[in-house]
Ligand binder design. Sequence first.
Ligand SMILES: Cc1cc2nc3c(=O)[nH]c(=O)nc-3n(C[C@H](O)[C@H](O)[C@H](O)COP(=O)(O)OP(=O)(O)OC[C@H]3O[C@@H](n4cnc5c(N)ncnc54)[C@H](O)[C@@H]3O)c2cc1C
Length: 679
Amino acid sequence: MPDLAGELSRALPGMRASSGEADRVAYSRDLWPRHHLDVRAGQPAEHRPGAIVWPSSTEEVARVVRWARERGVALVPFGAGSGVCGGIAPREDVVVVDLKCLDRIRTLDPAAPVVEVEAGHMGVPFEQALGGRGFTLGHFPSSILCSTVGGWVAARSAGQCSGAYGKIEDMVSSLECVTGMGEVVRLRRRQSGVDLVPLVVGSEGTMAIVTSAELRLHPAPTCRGFGAWSFPTTPDGWQAMRALFQSGLRPAVARLYDPFDAMLAKQGGVKKEGTKRTRPAAGARSRSFGGTALRAVLRRPGALNDLLHSRVAARALGGAMLVVIFEGTDEGAQRGLDEARTLCESIGGVWEGEAPARRWLAHRYSVSYRQAPVFADGAFVDTMEVAARWSKLGDLYEGVRRALGEHVFVMAHFSHAYPDGCCIYFSFAGSADPGLVRELGWDAACAATYDRAWKSALAAAVEAGGTLAHHHGVGRSKAPRLRSELGHGVDVVRSLMKAFDPAGILNPGNLLPSPAPGTPPPASSPPSPLGLDRDSLLACIDAGTDLAAAERQLNDTDLTLDLSASSLSGSLGEWLARGAPGARDRWLDPADQLLAGLDATLSDGRPLVIHPAPRRAVGPDLTALFVGAGGRFGRIDRAWMRVHRRDATRPTAPAFEIDRDPTVSDGERTLLDDITRAL
Ligand SMILES: Cc1cc2nc3c(=O)[nH]c(=O)nc-3n(C[C@H](O)[C@H](O)[C@H](O)COP(=O)(O)OP(=O)(O)OC[C@H]3O[C@@H](n4cnc5c(N)ncnc54)[C@H](O)[C@@H]3O)c2cc1C
């Protein structure tokens, strides 16, 4: 094994580096549950890096990258290692770059309001610092205790309050990054011009190392409105969620639990304080009654799932439950709740009071950190977050639940809603398939059952028209299935990697499948005459369509594109390529978006289909190659536009004063040229 730490210390004097055994073990993985199974099977650190380095400034990161490029050594950017998809799986010839020493808040402009924070800042102290100045970012992933700003950006993360503040991609106004060439570049969001930020957000450490992010802030909330309703069935509950978001209401938190998950949530979803549990010794499998019972129950998941998901069980368990929290700095939070109450009750919701929402808030991070005992008991748990537009949500829910349910016990809640669709968060628990235990042994049989469950669930998600990931990202766990969702998009992402990192030194093997062709994506279904998906308030419109004509057609069905009169001229494709001038400012409603997907033809004639699925986290947002890019990389053939009811009120977030169209910098121009060549 090469002495990488020694080489680093000689080449970059003063920079902390280590190849100590304890460090190499600590940095050998993230929190992908598949790794936990390996650990339980006695393989705790299969992916030890050669060395770890701790740069403490952007310039130091750039020096590490330039050294690695010259030396031909791969680098794995590391935030806090809380990723759950195998994004961190280094090898002995790889150096892990821990960004946590880049942890300063560089500037906070209260007038905008906007903050510039370094990538290694951990979530909780960051929010505390903002709170001390009267602001919030509004980003509260359940992993906020153990994740960094850079990790959020790299994985396209979502927080619990996404209903009001959006996902991380809706908060970034600019990024400072170091490309694989070792160049420091500042990328800025642009309202009507080419925008490279969405290409780095979601790139999972494969294109550039994010060193700092400029993020939009909101006034810290001082008022909250809490509410909960039960509904006879889960679909009844999501109809209410859809109605809330499509009517223009923006609860920061909106969580719908299926009947079994609702029953747990009503009990607080966590064990009572002070409950003690005896842990088995490391490496040993629990022989306790609880552990034995758990494994026995999980060996027959099919029957258990059928029983708990029956109508009778739904009734007996008290139905599904929707929990919402509105927040803000005035009585608007209570007004939002009152309107939500009227709406939910008009469609059959039964008011359950404030308590479930208050209880959820008090325990908002507890459930996520209770997995270890299940692994110690010889079983496994994991979560899967998929999303689809509203019209496909039922297919997605049934398809994935059935696919998972053949192998594991499944629960679900719906925790990130938008006007055009929603995320479903499946939690599942499993044990070894009895048919495999004799042949493989317990731990390998558990791993095989786990792999089968994931494989069929991901296939079901794509078949149902959903996305493979809404906020956990792709990593190595979903990479083999990526082509089934992105098609040629996989090759486009590979080309982008070449442009940002020609030597391929940044987290190789992550995000993309091996170059062999995978399953092609399902053919995109032809749109109906108007291309209208009314349930999801989306219209699929040919790029050549005259905008004014499209608007007239939509008006006939009481819908509108809601564009200023001056922008309603020329074709949709040209208008999007110019950056959609005159469209509503994206910062006014972070939970909404201008378009949900598109079909395009790249300059070399390859087709690219980006299916409409709300806020996917499967790599970079490739629509950025077309919207505002002036046709540089290809042409738009049709676009899935968000449409609005003509009488709907559109939400307005607090003011955000930054330059909407900053000048394109030399660094951005160089990258644009590199991308053009690579594509
Ligand atoms: C208990 C638990 C709850 C979770 N809840 C949520 C949730 O509510 N919402 C959510 O979105 N996710 C959640 N996650 C997943 C995870 O926390 C997120 O993906 C998070 O964004 C990862 O941040 P990190 O700093 O730990 O990144 P890491 O795990 O260190 O890295 C993640 C990926 O990003 C890359 N990377 C990290 N930093 C940088 C950087 N500065 N520049 C370039 N690339 C970088 C890495 O190479 C890797 O591929 C949860 C995870 C756990 C364990």
